[in-house]
Design a protein around this ligand. Structure first.
Ligand SMILES: Cc1cc2nc3c(=O)[nH]c(=O)nc-3n(C[C@H](O)[C@H](O)[C@H](O)COP(=O)(O)O)c2cc1C
Length: 236
């Protein structure tokens, strides 16, 4: 499965089978996390065989069942850190999808189990990503918008196909409460700016980081196909 295929196949999964993640897959996830932490300064950690975080009434209220593995997203406080968590956390999510696992970002409906992970000076745990063998593959989220709703273009020129492909991939990104509060502006040539839109939740910068990664993957795939050996777009 390619990353583009993983973007299309990924849907939030909240119910998991009682089946451990095999050692080779755990190693691959940890290697990806190590790379992402080195690139970002974040402190993401995979926690395996830990059932208490999703055993409380809160998790049941959130319709989570059978979660025994999750990725802790920890780092410094602030908007910049949030965007990095979205971007790099989603890198791990998409890798897991290519490895046959399922996932769900979780901001609220879990219990913070101190001792299951470590924090360095000045770090805070922000949220987690439940993961493992899903009881199903989930379902595509409701389409509340068309891809044009996420676009700003004041150039008077038609949008390049690679830009459209990027926005369509961003539309498939997971966002808190499915709010999708982001937009991509094309400024001509290779110039793109992504921004969050105002929303009534504290995860908009995380959502923006996730959407930026989806955009970058699809855009660069199309630029490679259409334009060959061109510099790739980097959104973060
Ligand atoms: C930052 C963030 C926080 C989220 N928090 C929760 C949560 O606390 N509980 C939950 O059930 N889903 C949570 N989700 C999952 C969203 O509800 C889900 O991504 C959205 O409904 C779109 O569905 P999809 O992921 O299947 O495309 C969260 C997603 C993100 C990106």
């Amino acid at each position: 499965m390619t990353l583009i295929e993983a973007i299309a196949a990924r849907h939030s999964v909240r119910q998991y089978l009682d089946k451990p993640i095999d050692a080779t897959t755990v190693d691959a996830i940890r290697a990806c996390i190590d790379e992402c932490n080195a690139a970002s300064g974040l402190h993401m950690q995979l926690v395996t065989n830990e059932r208490t975080a999703f055993a409380s009434g809160l998790a049941r209220y959130g319709r989570f069942r059978g979660v025994s593995n999750y990725i802790v997203l920890a780092g410094r406080r602030g908007h910049e850190s949030d965007e990095l968590m979205g971007y790099y956390g989603e890198k791990v999510v998409l890798l897991m999808q290519t490895l046959g696992l399922n996932s769900c970002w979780v901001g609220l409906t879990f219990k913070d189990v101190r001792g299951a992970y470590t924090l360095d000076e000045g770090e805070k745990m922000r949220l987690v990503i439940a993961c493992g063998h899903g009881a199903s593959q989930g379902v595509p989220h409701r389409q509340r918008h068309t891809w044009e709703d996420f676009v700003v273009n004041h150039t008077g020129l038609p949008l390049p196909e690679w830009f459209i492909a990027g926005v369509q991939a961003a539309e498939q990104a997971p966002t808190a409460i499915h709010q999708q509060k982001f937009e991509f502006e094309w400024l001509g040539d290779e110039k793109v700016v992504a921004r969050r839109r105002m929303a009534l939740n504290s995860y908009t910068y995380i959502d923006l980081g996730i959407a930026k990664l989806h955009f970058e993957i699809a855009t660069n795939e199309m630029r490679l196909q259409q334009l060959g050996d061109v510099p790739l777009l980097k959104m973060i």
